[in-house]
Ligand binder design. Structure first.
Ligand SMILES: [Zn+2]
Length: 138
């Protein structure tokens, strides 16, 4: 069972358009142990949400060698959220703790991709900041 811990959103001004960019940080637990973190950022008038999910032994203070990150974008069409995996080298998040940032091709073949989609399923159901945005689109 997955549970998400929500931090307060952080905002900054977007370099490209001057709108407010909202940045989210979330901690994901599976059966009460630290399982993943994710970041999402989105800006008014930008089409999609950029996100990163990092998996691999988040219960330890070390950076485990299997720590792996997946970059993606989320967007809404009329009724649904869509998820696309992106090349990791486009990531605005580059911290060492995120481990290896996969390119799209590697990411899609990675055994943990199912966990990535499991987490994005929870995000769009439970992350109120995203849901608020979605509702404003209608
Ligand atoms: Zn912008």
């Amino acid at each position: 069972m997955l549970e998400i811990e929500f931090e307060e959103p952080v905002s900054e001004i977007c370099d490209c358009c001057g709108n407010i960019t909202i940045k989210l940080t979330r901690f994901v637990y599976e059966n009460d142990s630290a399982f993943a973190i994710y970041y999402v950022r989105f800006t008014k008038d930008h089409d999609d949400f950029l996100g990163l999910i990092s998996l691999g032994d988040w219960g330890t203070d070390e950076i485990p060698s299997n720590r792996t990150s997946f970059l993606f974008k989320l967007w809404v069409d009329k009724e649904n959220w869509n998820v696309s995996i992106l090349d990791g080298n486009e990531s605005p998040w580059n911290s060492e703790i995120l481990g290896k940032l996969l390119q799209r091709e590697e990411a899609l073949k990675h055994p943990w991709i199912k966990d990535v989609f499991h987490i994005t399923d929870h995000m769009v159901e439970e992350d109120q900041e995203l849901i608020k945005y979605f509702n404003n689109q209608g």
